[in-house]
Every structure is written in structure tokens, then in C-alpha cells.
Design a protein around this ligand. Sequence first.
Ligand code: DGY
Length: 326
Amino acid sequence: MTGNQIDQSKLRVFRKLPLPVEERICRDYNAMLNGDDVIFEPGELAAQAEGFDALLVTATERFDANVIAQLPESVKIMATYSVGYDHIDVAAATQRGIVVTNTPDVLTDATADIALLLLLGAARGAHWGEAMIRGNAWGRWAPTHPLGLEVTGKRLGILGMGRIGQAVARRARAFGMEIHYHNRSRLDPALECGAVFHPTVHTLLQVSDFFSINCASTAETRGLLNDETIAHLPDGAIVVNTARGDIVDDDALIAALENGKVAAAGLDVFSNEPNIDPRYRDLENTFLLPHLGSATIETRTAMGMRALDNLDAYFRGETPDDVVRT
Ligand code: DGY
């Protein structure tokens, strides 16, 4: 990419990105990087955008309507380095004429892998097994302890059967699981591969020995897993979340983990990251990861390249592939 228009475009990059991505940014843009990887508070974002045409942001920057209203006139496009865009008020941005793009597709497999890691880790007690070895507390092999739960032959309920949900289903089938799902609309039967569609979340919950959250965080899904919905799960179900923390009501899930209604949870995402509800750490039946869904060298690089493809297209006068629409 050497077009003059792109060379001249001023790009503010809000987080430190993988080296090949930053090399491409420096080659193609008049850019300001964030070499020290400073995290900006919402109140600092507009000032940081001053004088820039484009912003390359991540899920750690919250661009609510108030921040969008304060952005300088110069800003024409925000490319988020994430598939999720719940941290951006897209309606407010669109109203101001600011284009928003995201990075779908490239993180599907890495995120689905983490969902299976959580599912297996929660079911088989990976964290306490490992802690036993690290703590030098491994006694003799015993027929009765410690025991996890089998995944083969169990029913996996997937909430949100988009790209990531479908990739989770493909993997879980290989483990002999029976797939059920709820989605805003039913998939084309050719894509279902035998998965059973549930028109309501409630009937999905009722058959979910394992319940995997793979939907976006929206006004409809925030707090969806709560006291009332958890009651529909089979006793001893296992919950997996690789989507967004705010889809889960923490008080409700923690109570269910404490009383055994939910046998275990595998969680990669949390409300108020990284300051998660500390009770999760104290529970023996949680398997916890720090938002690693897309965290492979290959995927994090591909996400950056995808964000740059979108910016390049915009500055060439084209419509980027991944424009987020309200
Ligand atoms: C995403 O892409 O949405 C990941 O959760 C990283 O923010």
C-alpha cells in the first residue's frame, strides 16, 4: 500500500499491537502508536484522538455516546481490533458519520478452541488437577478421587450460532456431543449438521448438560444467564463463556456454582475485566482464563491485518468489508 492518500492519513493506534501489524501501520500511515501500551480511560479518549483521521481501537477502550460526541471532527473511521463491538456506541458513531469496522472470521477458530479448552477444563477439573501437582499435593492414584464429568454423549447447548458457535459445534461433535442451539434465526439445514434448533432460550437451557455462550453482548443478551434462566438448566450443568462477561449475572452464576445447580464453569470473559468478581477465584469448580479467546500469534496478527485492510479500503474510497451497521 503506497497510495498517497493513505500515506497522509493520520492514524491513532490505541494499544500496542503485534510487531508485523505495527510494521505495516508505520509503512502505510502517518501513525501514532502506543509503544508503552497505556490504557486510556473514557475521559481521555477524545483528547487522544485530536488531529487524527482514523482510530484503531480495541475492546479496552469504551467509546460510549458521550465519548463519541466529544471526538474531533477530523475522525472519519474507527477500526476495532475485535469481532465484538459492544464497547462502541455504533449508532452514535454512525449518526456522526464515523464508519465503524470490526474483525470477524479471523478469530473464529482460536476462540472456538478456547471454548473447548474451557469445556474440557471445567468438566475434568483441570485447574485443581494442575494445582495438585504444582502444590506437590499429589497422593496415590485413587479410583474415586478426583473425578470429573464425561463429555462424550452429553448435550451441548450453544447460545448464538454465528461463526464461532458453529466452530464450537464442529469441535464438540468430534467429542461425541449432541448439539443444540438457539439463535435469532434458524440456520440453513445444510449448516446445522444435525444440530437441533430451539426457538427459545428456555428450551435450549433445559437440554443443556453443557451451555456455551457464543452470542454478542447486546441489550437483549446482557444478564441473560440469571437466576431465572439458570433454573432451567439440568442439575449439574456446566457453563462456558467465551463471548462477553456481562451476558452472565455473576451473583446468579456464583450462587449456582456454590449450591451445585451448576457443577462447574469455564470462563474466559468477565464483567469489569480485569477486576473480576473475586468469588470466582475462590471456587474450586471454576476454570478461569484471562480473555484469551483470540490470543494466538497467528490470530492476533490476522486481526490487525484485517483492521488495516478495512482502513486501507476506506482511504482508497471504497466501502470496507467489515463495516458494522446498526
Ligand atoms: C473480540 O474480538 O471481540 C475479542 O473478545 C477481543 O476483544
